[in-house]
Design a protein around this ligand. Structure first.
Ligand code: CDP
Ligand code: CDP
Length: 228
């Protein structure tokens, strides 16, 4: 099958990474989780103890970092300068700071260039916030995944409780945090979270994962191969 690119955007907990990974597997494409790249920079910023006003130092840090995404058995592994940071980039501390760090235009420019490089040979499923609108405006297939904030919070809550049953978090708190992150991602000046004009909207509030994957594979057939 001829290679093409798929851009999947949407707010936190919409199912982007789960769906993107499964679609990539079906098509034998490469999955690129751009959120993991913003998380990796944020982790490094916290690690270095940079204050929120040290923007120049953050930009320099992002420019000098080597971020590698490597397919693993249980999902994608993330390396920063050779160190495996897959787990540590998902801590509440990183999650609570990532929207602030990713609102810096120069950091976005560094990561956008890396993402475009990864997609240049095509055969990539890339998920994030600005992929269809900014990073890969020519992607052959664009999807904007969404779901109600309550359902997205419930999904994350279930996920966290399964991983760590005694985790100290309430559904209400998660819902508030997710809504706040959505707001920051949508309102920032530099390539905000937005549905590209030509992205297909999929509301997954009541859609189980296999149904979403199936719908995207169908869309690929009609949009890229004219239904063949
Ligand atoms: O998985 P989750 O939805 O929690 O978030 P993520 O995809 O890991 O992304 C974390 C954060 O990175 C988002 O809230 C955005 O602030 C930022 N991000 C971005 O600005 N642009 C992207 N293309 C991807 C993520
Ligand atoms: O990447 P994003 O933040 O958009 O979402 P995710 O991490 O892929 O999905 C968040 C959680 O929702 C995962 O536990 C998925 O298994 C679950 N999910 C679901 O239950 N139904 C869907 N249609 C999509 C995701």
């Amino acid at each position: 099958m001829e290679k093409f690119n798929i851009a999947i955007d949407g707010p936190a907990g919409a199912g982007k990474s789960t769906i993107a990974r499964l679609v990539a597997k079906e098509l034998d494409f490469i999955y690129v989780d751009t959120g993991a790249m913003y998380r990796a920079v944020t982790w490094k910023v916290l690690q270095e103890g940079l204050r929120p006003d040290q923007t120049e130092a953050m930009i320099a840090l992002a420019g000098g970092m080597e971020i590698r995404l490597v397919p693993g058995e249980n999902g994608q592994l993330v390396y920063v300068d050779g160190e495996d940071v897959t787990g540590v980039i998902r801590t509440p501390d990183v999650t609570g700071n990532v929207s602030r760090v990713s609102s810096i235009a120069e950091i976005r420019a560094v990561l956008t260039a890396k993402q475009q490089e990864l997609a240049k040979s095509k055969g990539v499923v890339m998920d994030g916030r600005d992929i269809g609108s900014h990073v890969l405006p020519d992607a052959e297939v664009k999807i904007f995944l969404t779901a109600s904030v309550r359902v997205r919070a419930e999904r994350r809550y279930r996920e966290m409780k399964e991983a760590q049953p005694d985790v100290d978090i309430t559904l209400e708190r998660l819902e508030r945090d997710i809504a706040e992150r959505d707001r920051m991602d949508q309102q920032r000046e530099a390539s905000p979270l937005v549905r590209a004009d030509d992205a297909v909207l999929m509301d997954t509030t009541d859609m189980p994962i296999p149904q979403v994957v199936e719908a995207i594979l169908e869309l690929c057939k009609t949009q890229v191969h004219g239904g063949k």
